[in-house]
Design a protein around this ligand. Structure first.
Ligand SMILES: Nc1ncnc2c1ncn2[C@@H]1O[C@H](COP(=O)(O)OP(=O)(O)OP(=O)(O)O)[C@@H](O)[C@H]1O
Ligand SMILES: [Mg+2]
Length: 618
């Protein structure tokens, strides 16, 4: 389990919140409307019990009917205005949240794309996905139900306290006598809930990790008949999660019940104290039959209307407190998500190549010339690891082909990735016609150099989409032509041709077909330089023949470096470079190297025998 998933956010973190809210800057108008609406809505809400009080004290009790309809209308108007206002506020708040989070998601995604492969080597894919989906979502939730609702509540609570103190200070003090108890209760809840929530987070992270691993590894699970063992393991994880939730549910229910109890105490206090005062004040109130004024009873007098209003206010006071725990959870997970999102946004991978070097890029001389490639003294290692390539130098003349061979793990694919500029070199240079590829604009480099990697990845969509990869410059005709040249046209004939559907990861295509498609992708770009990492997967003899022909087609008229496993590919190359543990140990033509009797001669002998025994001598 990753450390990042275990981090339990604080409920409130000003620094983080400020950063989240910086994403609302383009929508300041919305923010302003939402903020201004808070005290307005609070006023609309608080005016209602007061209207009730006026109705009782000024009309019902003195039995004065004129003007009563008006007060009734005002009350209805206040209600309607409040609910319309709440609708508008909630709508705008969520609109604001959605817009800001949409922007945040784009910013994070762009940032993730700008990170070099070195980042992806050390970060589980699942984690990146969680950042962009559930973490952004829980921030969004904070907009919809957390921070702004909490702020509204605070405004409302303060307004109620202030207003009651103004209406009748003594009665207000008696009403709020239970507030310190409430304060203590909330503190205790926070402490207990924190532990419970941490446990829940840890448990859900474990379930996620378990599912991610076992669903993606389903094939292995089923092939080895591990279903029942895996199921009981999942039972255990799931049970742990359920038990962890029990704690949180207990605190939540307890808080709810206790807040209700305290609210009842407050109402009891109003009736007890206010009732006595009412009875005591009754004769004086009778005497002052006609006061209406600003609604304040003369001399702090308690009236029946005042009592009703107080009870009404107290009920409204306790509603937001009752929902405290849900806001608490929302804020807490939002803060934790913000922390993780910003940590990702702040990630800089020191060994990542700067993918966009356009500002200091040298202009590439017209693309008409087929360039030569020079790899000079390249040294490279992954992360902080030891060097994988040591002082590597290879030259490929204009239009020439060099085949690179070597045992598994000798660094061949690594070399391909370096030419494709997926990583930064530790030392040395790679030159294209004398220009360091680091100084070429990435767009220019990608146009001139096509890299076909060992594991050609297919995206969901059509075959044509996978060939163009969204490049508008590649037309339908070029796609068809590329498919024809690699010999895929016939194979795709019954499946919709260039429009054939590709499902996730290209699972509905065979290894050989996927490789041919990768070739077509390169061909359609008509690059001047081709870097090819031949797939090791063995395919049927028919596909083998197709691939061989496609390869010949692919290499014609270009400068190429091919990481070759097939003897036919190796022999087609003018020069052969043999790698051993990241060093060039031999280079020369096929005949020279055979004559030398070294590494190549040994590999050749082994492969030749195998090939001969499999397909007859070649
Ligand atoms: N992303 C990575 N992070 C860390 N080490 C890596 C990474 N990719 C490769 N290596 C290491 O670098 C070395 C060279 O790997 P590379 O993939 O270049 O071998 P290769 O010659 O292409 O092998 P094969 O013939 O099996 O494809 C290996 O020891 C490998 O463990
Ligand atoms: Mg490889």
């Amino acid at each position: 389990m990753s450390d990042a998933e275990e981090v339990l956010g604080r409920v409130y973190d000003g620094r983080l919140l400020a950063r989240v809210f910086s994403f609302t800057r383009p929508y300041l108008g919305l923010v302003a409307v939402v903020i201004v609406s808070m005290p307005l809505l609070a006023a609309l809400e608080l005016a209602q019990p007061y209207a009730l009080k006026v109705m009782i004290d000024a009309h019902i009790r003195p039995r004065r009917l004129d003007g009563m309809d008006l007060v009734g209308l005002v009350l209805v108007g206040l209600l309607a205005a409040e609910y319309l206002g709440r609708f508008g506020q909630s709508y705008l708040m969520q609109l604001l949240g959605q817009r800001a989070m949409n922007d945040l998601r784009i910013v994070v995604y762009r940032h993730v794309m700008s990170l070099g492969m070195a980042f992806f080597d050390r970060t589980p894919i699942g984690r990146v996905m969680t950042r962009l989906t559930s973490d952004v979502e829980s921030l969004n939730e904070m907009f919809a139900a957390g921070i702004i609702a909490a702020l509204s509540d605070v405004v409302k609570l303060a307004a109620i306290v202030g207003w009651l103190l103004y209406l009748h200070p003594r009665l207000a003090l008696v009403t709020f006598c239970a507030l310190p108890l409430l304060g203590l209760l909330t503190l205790a809840f926070r402490r207990l809930a924190r532990t419970a929530f941490r446990e829940i987070k840890v448990r859900i992270a474990r379930i996620n990790q378990f599912l991610q691993e076992h669903v993606s590894g389903m094939k292995v699970v089923q092939l080895h008949r591990r279903e029942s063992a895996v199921a009981s393991e999942f039972d255990r994880e799931n049970g742990g999660f359920r038990d962890a939730n029990r704690g949180a549910i207990t605190y939540d229910a307890a808080l709810f019940a206790l807040v209700e109890a305290i609210a009842s105490i407050a109402v009891a206090a109003i009736i007890w104290y206010g009732g006595r005062a009412l009875v005591a004040d009754l004769p004086a109130a009778r005497a002052a039959q006609s006061w209406v004024g600003d609604g304040r009873a003369p001399g702090g007098m308690v009236t029946i209307g005042l009592l009703v209003a107080f009870i009404e206010y107290v009920n409204r006071f306790f509603v937001p407190i009752r929902d405290l725990s849900s806001k608490y959870t929302t804020m807490q997970s939002a803060m934790a998500s913000a922390e993780r999102l910003f940590a990702l946004l702040d990630t800089q991978v020191p060994d990542a190549p700067r993918l966009d070097t356009d500002e200091d890029a040298v202009a590439v001389p017209g693309g008409a010339r087929i360039p030569k490639i020079a790899i000079e003294g390249v040294r490279f290692g992954y992360r902080d690891g030891a060097d994988v390539l040591h002082d590597l130098s290879i030259e490929v003349p204009t239009g020439g082909t060099v085949a690179v061979i070597g045992a598994t793990g000798s660094g061949k694919s690594t070399l391909v990735k370096l030419i494709g500029r997926l990583y930064e070199l530790r030392a040395g240079r790679i030159l294209l016609d004398g220009h360091d590829i680091r100084r070429l604009a990435s767009g220019a480099l990608r146009r001139r150099v096509s890299v076909v990697s060992q594991d050609g990845f297919l995206f969901t969509g059509s075959i044509a989409d996978n060939v163009t990869l969204g490049d508008q410059a590649i037309g339908r005709a070029e796609v068809e032509q590329a498919l024809a040249r690699v010999g895929l046209t016939e194979r795709l004939a019954g499946r919709g041709g260039a429009d054939a559907r590709v499902i996730e990861r290209g699972a509905n295509f065979s290894a050989g077909e996927r490789q041919l498609l990768a070739f077509a992708r390169a061909l359609a770009r008509d690059p001047e330089v081709l870097i090819l990492d031949e797939a090791t997967a063995s395919v049927d003899p028919e596909a083998e023949g197709l691939i061989e022909r496609a390869l010949a087609e692919l290499m014609r008229g270009r400068t190429s470096i091919v990481i070759a496993h097939r003897l036919s590919t190796i022999r087609r190359a003018g020069r052969i470079v043999a790698l051993h543990k990241g060093r060039v140990v031999e280079q020369g033509t096929h005949e020279e190297l055979i004559a030398r009797g070294g590494l190549y001669a040994r590999l050749y002998a082994i492969q030749h025998d195998t090939a001969a025994s499999m397909t007859g001598s070649r």
